[in-house]
Design a protein around this ligand. Sequence first.
Ligand code: F6R
Length: 631
Amino acid sequence: MCGIVGIITSEKRNLVPEIVSSLINLEYRGYDSTGIAILDKGAIKRVRRVGAPSDVFPPEEISKELDVSESGFSLAVGHNRWATHGKPSLENAHPHFDCTGEIAVVHNGTILNHETLKQELVKLGHTFTSTTDTEVIPHMIEQKMKEGLSLKDAFLDTAALLEGSFGLAVISTKEPGKLFIVKRGSPLLFGILKNTIIAASSSNAILSYTNTFIPLTDCEYAEFAIKGDEVTYRIGTTFNKNQTINKPVETITDHSLADISKGGYESFMKKEIHAQPSVFRTTILGRYDEKTGDAVLGGLIDHEDTLRNAKGILTVACGTAHNASLVGGALIESLAGIPVRSEIASEFRYKKVPLDPKDTIIFATSQSGETADTLESVKEAKRKGYKTFGVINVVGSAIAEEVDAGVYARAGVEVGVASTKAFTAQLAIFYLLAIKFARERGMTAQEGRALISELEQIPDLMMKTLADTEKRVIALTERYTAKNIRVINFLGRGINVPVATEAALKFKELTYLEAGSYPLGELKHGPIAVIDENSVSVILMPHDELFAQNKNSLEQILSKNGNVIVITDELGAQNLKEQNVDIITIPTLKHPLLYPLLEILPLQLFAYHYALALGNNVDKPRNLAKSVTVE
Ligand code: F6R
């Protein structure tokens, strides 16, 4: 949660438009309040507002409010907040100051011992103006400077006292040509130009300057200083302040500025839904061998024996990534016959799981690679002796670094808060993993080849699905939002159940309406009580071997006057045309296990258009942030 940015330049200019634009590119991390502090005319000046920077921070207005010098200035920090400690309000928005207003801090993360530190500081006479955990940081730095430390030492000593996670940037009038950053547990990197350095929580904020950057690892800090017409940097660690660390400059290759702009679409979510055909193609590219009918996953190459000998698989993830893991589990069990247990990471990290780490392997799935519950689950699993593998989207993220090995999802930057293209990219990896496990355990080369050849067709079929279903989906959402719909359930059987769960999650996130998801056969054991003319049941039922059972359940819903939408293939649509149901037809597939890849598309569109019809913000649904780095 939260995004921070800091800019230091030897070439004085008005940095407000730059900070605002970087904050807009970080909005996906949080957007309930926002703030900027600049060091200008020897003083720190700050503007804070409740809301997202794209809504509440017009750069010209903010420059006026800050009374920016005509000659410009050299130092600025900014912050997008996603409230964890203290409600979203002006007082709680960052940057936070010390008592004198001479030190400004922006922080991403959570300080677990903030109450103890605050009590000490209050006893020493410090006055707090917010209910955030962050505010202890500028006061602690102030305190340590009062006791005689330099800004840098006070900053590093303070960082050493903090428990929890942080990415921090600090400026002070005491050293007007310097910017300090430090991190533990929260991402932080910086991009270098000759006369400017920009540090931020994510490369998204840096890409308009440069695609080369240096990421900090935990307990590293960086000190930036204006020297003549250059800005220099020095990296050290919090436990050895005087040692200088030389780190290579990395180049961002997995995404570009185009990834973080809407590219002609009215929203990021719509762009990302429609990007799925090309994302799927990219994700599987070069990762299979048509001749041997096998998957070729370079990231796992050093662990072939572990994978071959695994007797069980445990998946850990949260939210959409968990739903993708559930589909993955069904695939692996069905194709490779390996038992798979799927745990929600916030449960797994605190629970006894009676599996043997000697022959059970763990797959942790995460789009952001930052999710605290998933990260802690991986750490806990490693402590218990499991081998851990990742299905991660963000290259170099905390979970990607923590796992023993893994396969990147290659979905590119996902800006829409509700995950869409990352889900199908994660599914793509699970199809490849299932083929890999299966080919080691009895699947024939012909079977492998047949599956791969159909996977190769998926991008075109996804394109067809999106093109053929969107209008119909819009008409349905218009009809149902105009009615008094009280209940909406997403239903299916087998591998379609987790797709129904993902559809319900998308629907809840975007429409703010409660939605259920059940195995269709379970309906009669209780949930059918909610069915009446004000309910909608969305049933995922391709024409597979359970079609007759599904049709029977569908008829039970109709007999209770429920509205029914069916997602099915051409044969299924043909078979149901006499029924009083709304049909969304997706292309016919040879292999029934591949249907999740197409079914999810009209369901994402359904949530999207339903939310639009309700007037909701589809890119930034209320109460949600893109990466959940707190418990
Ligand atoms: C849903 C959504 C969340 C995330 C979950 C895990 O649209 O985005 O449910 O899937 O918070 O996030 P990652 O995948 O970043 O670990």
